[in-house]
Design a protein around this ligand. Structure first.
Ligand SMILES: C[S@@+](CC[C@H](N)C(=O)[O-])C[C@H]1O[C@@H](n2cnc3c(N)ncnc32)[C@H](O)[C@@H]1O
Length: 269
């Protein structure tokens, strides 16, 4: 069910980067830039894979910064078609499932994954595959979201839950929830092919400050909203805008923050 839903959602490419576009960390960086900055400078011949690369936002950033050789892999042909137009011809794009990748064993130095690892279940299947394609001592660096308390974001989640329940829809459960809890991550990377002592988990936040009507379109790309029928999306929008209008500052802006997490781990040597 979760795979089919993701497949349908990603037939319309580019929603993820559009949804994340207004959000910046305390240093003014997008979450893509935060992940890219973990690579340091471009070192020649470091083989980098962007796993579940979507429409290539991160790949384009890395390509511009001179990282090479670069690969991107995704299960959505539509997302990959956009990626193909965004990145240079040297970037290799692979249409495949992250749980069974047609890529060589030990063929990569770094696997990056932006906002996708937690969507892939079971976690063991994708982690085994990542460990297989990384060289010994290679690094996985993944960026995921995490729950924080934020009045504007909580108001949205509260309203989504309400409208979903009123419509009698089941909760949308995507991926493997162990990726979203620190304890789950510690458990997952207690794995013969990963060096659990190398595991680092860094939490940070990204913020947006916009008038309510401009905050809605990026957040409307959320999986839990897109799956609602159009009429319910319109109803949700009206309720959320009303609630956000009570949270605006004197300039008419609403401040909204989302929790992010940067996870890094090396394969065992
Ligand atoms: C939230 S989007 C993130 C895309 C991109 N990393 C970004 O942040 O812009 C999730 C991506 O994961 C891909 N995906 C989901 N399940 C997958 C799987 N089993 N194997 C490969 N890609 C998958 C989707 O097609 C989609 O492009």
């Amino acid at each position: 069910m979760s795979d089919e839903f993701l497949e349908r959602y990603h037939r319309r490419p580019g929603r993820t980067s559009f949804g994340l576009q207004p959000w910046r960390d305390d240093s003014g960086r997008s979450s893509y830039e935060v992940l890219a900055s973990r690579l340091g400078g471009a070192e020649p011949s470091r083989r980098i894979l962007d796993l579940a690369c979507g429409e290539g936002h991160l790949l384009a950033l890395l390509d511009e910064r001179g990282f090479t050789p670069l690969w991107g892999l995704d299960r959505s042909e539509d997302e990959l078609a956009v990626a193909r137009r965004r990145v240079g011809p040297a970037v290799e794009l692979v249409h495949a499932d992250a749980r069974s990748m047609p890529l060589p064993t030990g063929g990569f130095d770094v696997v990056l994954c932006h906002m996708a690892l937690m969507l892939i279940a079971p976690a063991e299947a994708v982690l085994d595959e990542i460990a297989r394609i990384l060289r010994f001592g290679g690094e996985l660096v993944a960026l995921t979201n995490r729950k924080i308390d934020d009045p504007a974001y909580d108001a949205l989640l509260h309203r989504i839950r309400g409208i979903t329940a009123e419509a009698g829809l089941p909760r949308l459960r995507l991926g493997d929830p162990r990726f979203l809890a620190r304890s789950g991550l510690a458990q997952l990377f207690c794995h013969p092919r990963y060096d659990e002592r190398s595991l680092t988990i860094e939490d940070f936040e990204v913020h947006a400050r916009l008038p309510p009507a401009r905050l809605w379109p990026p957040l409307q790309t959320m999986y839990d909203i897109v799956r609602l029928p159009q009429a319910l999306q319109a109803e949700l929008e009206a309720r959320v805008l009303e609630e956000w209008s009570l949270l605006t500052d004197p300039d008419g802006m609403v401040h909204c923050s989302q929790g992010m997490r940067l996870i890094s781990v090396r394969t065992a040597r």
